[in-house]
Design a protein around this ligand. Sequence first.
Ligand SMILES: [Ca+2]
Length: 327
Amino acid sequence: MAEDDKTGGSPCCGPQGGRGDSAARRVDSGTRPQALSALAVKHQEVLIPAGTFSMGDAYGEGYPADGEVPVHEVRLDSFRMDTTAVTNKMFAAFIAASGYQTEAELYGSSAVFHLLVDTAKEDILGLAAGAPWWVNIRGADWAHPGGRNTSSETVPDHPVVHVSHNDALAYCQWTGRRLPTEAEWEYAARGGLAGRRYAWGNELHGLAGQHLCNIWQGQFPVSNTSEDGYLGTAPVRSFAPNAFGLYEVSGNVWEWCSDWFDPAYYGHSPEANPPGPRKGTTRIMRGGSYLCHSSYCSRYRVAARSSNTSDSSSGNCGFRTVSVSAS
Ligand SMILES: [Ca+2]
């Protein structure tokens, strides 16, 4: 395990951008009617029943700086959640109808994992400090996930990536939906299984040794044997859903939640429908990604937390949404 990760840093989860605040404000609703959204983007969702659960890491396996403890009781109202992360096809419909420009497009670059870069040499702008497997690539964005020589049109059913928290909020604004709170996300991801390590139980692999999520196999970050079938993102619904019918809540891509991150929050959060801290500097991400490996970052555990600045984007973070109306 690298020192950064022992101390709670998360350079495998995504490099921090720090590009400055540029809140979602670029939805061009003047020329493209909002009504298009209902036709262009279909959200398959399931009802997550109201209930109470124990939130947090019951195994003492989390990184102290992540604040996965204390385990505490949380009570939630019911809500309806996307069964999958928002896909490239869904996001493309949003872009086409709204004219929105993502932050990666505005800034002209985004972070691509080094083994997934496919672009001209002059587009390689630099390596992330302390995490040289993250390469800042000119022209990398949601439509070009590995750089200019790649296109999300070839992988329409993969989760959209290179979307910042601000971009996710813009998508939610346009579709009339919202991001889940962190508590909603963990409750939904647990699928009704109490106190388990993963979304499906306590063992990483199935009884026959099969892979149950898209993470890293091999030596991070240089050699990925891709035994689970995927070096980068997998199509949504590649692995079995959890008991609530949610696909890929572990691995594949990180998912933005609405909460600010505060490692001390679990110690004083309200029991009912916790909304997250009132303020912060980074936003919660959940679920881990195709870069997670037990030797380095086991944040595919269902209690695991990470965060990044609101304007950061990378090739391993996307989001799923929930309905704004109650069940
Ligand atoms: Ca994989």
